[in-house]
Every structure is written in structure tokens, then in C-alpha cells.
Design a protein around this ligand. Structure first.
Ligand code: CA
Ligand code: CA
Length: 300
């Protein structure tokens, strides 16, 4: 009953307001030669440099060494990353170079203390050339970047997964990782927890996609504890990206708490921000415009 009341409150009190903010041009990345960024503080960075900033032992992390041995091109570029670099809080630079069977099929590392031990973990999409993508967790151990855990690879080449959020979706004070397995094909959202050196799936739901093939952006999702019940809600597009779905973890499953139809498919990085008693979500559309989803009335 409590769940029905929650869902009714979300559906009744959340309002969708579409405001055309700008004629924003959103295009997939153009094909270019493998590029090495010549950015002095970030040696060997990929051309599409995006630096992650950490709060614990790791100050910065970035992808390195563009390689062409896979050429899946999910971001519209003819290269993937072949390595990872980390700068520790004390300035020490650590690097990891993948072997010839693997690439990072990602745009940037994600830093978060997943297990609450005070050290940052590094979350990346690790792809094996013959079996496709997996989600991998790295950390710094004994002065080196170490592989800590990973999911199984999807099983076929050119099968990818798109990270969606790292947030406490279960309300236990620890972070979970949500990603969409095969966002262009199967469109299934998986939620994993990292405990005791292992990744374990705790929930999944179908009908979700946070990426279109060739799109550069990897931020078409958001999370926040909208109703302040202690559990972050996941805000993601539906499989056709024409609906925004608000998902909540409850009783070991993911459930849809609310949804909002869009006039054009979502196609760009979401931006979620506080606004009064609620939140506002900027949703770039495929038609180049930007809609604003107003989520309010989510009081406990
Ligand atoms: Ca940790
Ligand atoms: Ca949790």
C-alpha cells in the first residue's frame, strides 16, 4: 500500500513543463583520425579528454592511448582507449596499459568509493575484442592500478553497455552502479553492488536506453533522492527515448514510479538541479531543442 501511495504521489504531483530554451545543435561526433591530446598535465590522454576528479586517494583519472584494434565506434570515433592514468593526491602518476585483447570502450573514468573503505574505486567499461563489453572496477593497491572486479562480458563483439549512474539506490548508505546493457539493442538496465571485492547484480528492468549509436555524450541519465526516502531514484529514457522514466529500488526490484512523455526523443546529456521544493531536469531533444522537466512536490 505504501508503494501505491508513493507512486500515486509521484504521478500526481510531478508536472511536465516543456520550455524551449535554445536551438541547440546536437550531432554525433564526426569521424576523425585517432587523436592524442597534447595536454601537458595529462600525458598520453585520448583526444576526447575528460578528466575525472576524486575525493579520496585519487585526485584525477583519465583515459589514455587511443587504439584502433577494435573500432566499434559507439561514440562516432574510430578509436577506443588502450590505457588509464591516475594521479594520486600526493601527485604520484600511475598508469595501466591494457593488453592486445582489450580496450576501454568509454569516454572517461568514474571515481567513487563504492565499498566505503575511504579509497576511490575507478569504474570503466572494459571491452574484450571477442566477447564485448563488461563493467570493471579498478583501484590503487600497493602503488599500482589494480583490477578489483568486473562483470561477465556480454558475450559477443560489438555489444556494449552504457553506465547510467552511481548512487545509493537501496538506501543502505553504500553506492550502487547502474548501467544499460546493450542500449541500442536489448535496452536492459542492470544495478550492481560492489562488496568484498565482487560485483553482484541486485536488480534489473527492461525498456531503458541512455545512448544512441555514434552519440558522443554519455550523460543521458540522472539520479537523486527525489522524495527523500533515503533511496536515490534513477531518471532514464525509455527504450525509444521518447519517455522519461523515474525508477525506484524497492523490495529487491526496480519499479517505475513515474513517467513523462517527450515530444522528441531525448538525445543529450541530462542536467538535474534543485529548484524550490523540487528538481528541474534539462533534457536535450533529438530535434535540437531542450525541454525542462519539472519534478516537484516530492516531499516525504
Ligand atoms: Ca573504496
Ligand atoms: Ca545502496
Amino acid at each position: 500500500m505504501a508503494q501505491l501511495i508513493l507512486m500515486a504521489r509521484l504521478i500526481l504531483m510531478a508536472r511536465l513543463i516543456l520550455i524551449i530554451l535554445m536551438a541547440n545543435t546536437l550531432v554525433a561526433g564526426t569521424l576523425a583520425s585517432p587523436a592524442w591530446a597534447q595536454t601537458a598535465p595529462y600525458p598520453n590522454a585520448i583526444g576526447d579528454l575528460r578528466v575525472a576528479k576524486g575525493d579520496h586517494d585519487i585526485a584525477e583519472a583519465w583515459l589514455t592511448e587511443p587504439v584502433t584494434r577494435y573500432r566499434h565506434g559507439v561514440f562516432g570515433q574510430p578509436y577506443e582507449a588502450g590505457g588509464l592514468a591516475v594521479r594520486l593526491r600526493d601527485g604520484t602518476l600511475l598508469t595501466l596499459t591494457l593488453g592486445p585483447l582489450h580496450v576501454f570502450e568509454d569516454r572517461q573514468p568514474r571515481l567513487a568509493d563504492l565499498d566505503g573503505d575511504g579509497r576511490d574505486e575507478i569504474v570503466l567499461v572494459l571491452t574484450r575484442l571477442d566477447t564485448g563489453a563488461a563493467l570493471a572496477v579498478y583501484g590503487v593497491r600497493d602503488g599500482a592500478i589494480a583490477a578489483l572486479a568486473q562483470t561477465a562480458h556480454i558475450g559477443r563483439p560489438n555489444r556494449w553497455l552504457a553506465p547510467a549512474a552511481i548512487a545509493d539506490m537501496t538506501g543502505d548508505g553504500r553506492l550502487e552502479i547502474a548501467f544499460v546493457a546493450m542500449p541500442h539493442l536489448v535496452k536492459r538496465l542492470d544495478v550492481y553492488r560492489y562488496r568484498g571485492g565482487r560485483l553482484a547484480r541486485i536488480a534489473q528492468i527492461g525498456g531503458v536506453s541512455n545512448h544512441g549509436f555514434g552519440m558522443r555524450f554519455l550523460g543521458m541519465a540522472a539520479s537523486a533522492d527525489l522524495d527523500q526516502d533515503g533511496r536515490a531514484k534513477l531518471i532514464v529514457p525509455s527504450g525509444d527515448r521518447r519517455t522519461i522514466r523515474v525508477l525506484t529500488y524497492r523490495g529487491g526490484t526496480l519499479q517505475e514510479a513515474a513517467h513523462f512523455a517527450l515530444k522528441s526523443p531525448a538525445a543529450g546529456d541530462f542536467r538535474l538541479r534543485r529548484a524550490g521544493d523540487g528538481y528541474r531536469l534539462d533534457v536535450p531533444f533529438q530535434n535540437g531543442q531542450v525541454g525542462v522537466l519539472t519534478l516537484e512536490g516530492f516531499s516525504p
